[in-house]
Design a protein around this ligand. Structure first.
Ligand SMILES: C[S@@+](CC[C@H](N)C(=O)[O-])C[C@H]1O[C@@H](n2cnc3c(N)ncnc32)[C@H](O)[C@@H]1O
Length: 216
């Protein structure tokens, strides 16, 4: 007989309540919805469910204290980190920029279901976002698991105002990616490029974020 038992969702780590504060119920609601529908919608793999909280939701929430103003998240996919950050920081406005219709449908449905009023969902590739209009320039842009820095910087830096910030979530090779991206770092006038290591003080697997000022 085929094994049809659903994968077990990880217990909520203690750090969740600490990171989300009084927004924890919304974080639980989003996590439960992603666990229930994410695989069917092709948003997450089945092997991610046992680590959904720690590896995805809390990993995304670690950026929350760094946000200010009007923030864009490029390549939001399932809502990581953008929708998680909109939950954690209702005082910040998030624009989720994602080209795939199936994913923007999911994002908009979750925004509507949770009644979030600080999020806009934009179906677009980052390089096609109109340069003039209400959206740009943004104060900050985030991205997670979209591409290597040398291709990600040209996608994200043009969306940010002069003096704004890039917050690009990266794996263990962040320093090597910075080395390989020197040409685009100069071209887009990035300064104070640094690797932040977040999460250890919350008892989580450390996550690396490349932070840079854009044309300050
Ligand atoms: C590997 S997924 C990561 C999704 C999510 N950020 C996460 O961490 O789970 C990469 C996402 O980037 C989107 N993407 C790829 N190229 C893009 C572009 N040029 N502009 C905006 N989004 C893009 C894809 O559609 C996809 O949803």
């Amino acid at each position: 007989m085929a094994d049809t038992a659903p994968p077990v969702l990880e217990d909520e780590p203690a750090a969740a309540a600490q990171l989300f504060g009084d927004r924890i119920e919304l974080a639980r609601s989003f996590t439960a919805s992603l666990a229930a529908k994410g695989e069917l919608l092709g948003l997450i793999g089945p092997r991610e469910l046992p680590q959904l909280w720690s590896r995805h939701i809390l990993n995304s929430a670690l950026l929350a204290p760094l946000l200010e103003g009007r923030v864009g998240d490029v390549g939001s996919g399932a809502g990581l980190p953008g929708l998680v950050l909109a939950i954690a920081r209702p005082d910040v406005h998030l624009t989720l920029i994602e080209p795939m219709e199936r994913r923007t449908d999911w994002l908009q449905a979750e925004v509507d279901r949770m009644g979030l009023d600080n999020v806009a969902v934009l179906r677009a590739r980052a390089e096609e976002v109109p340069g003039s209009g209400a959206l740009l320039p943004l104060d900050q842009v985030t991205a997670r698991a979209v591409s290597a820095l040398r291709t990600l910087i040209p996608l994200t830096a043009p969306l940010v105002r002069s003096g704004g910030t890039l917050l690009l979530m990266k794996g263990g090779r962040a320093a090597e990616e910075i080395d390989a991206a020197q040409k685009v770092i100069r071209k887009h006038r990035l300064e104070d490029v640094e690797v932040l290591e977040l999460g250890a003080d919350a008892g989580l697997e450390p996550t690396r974020v490349v932070r840079a000022l854009v044309d300050p």
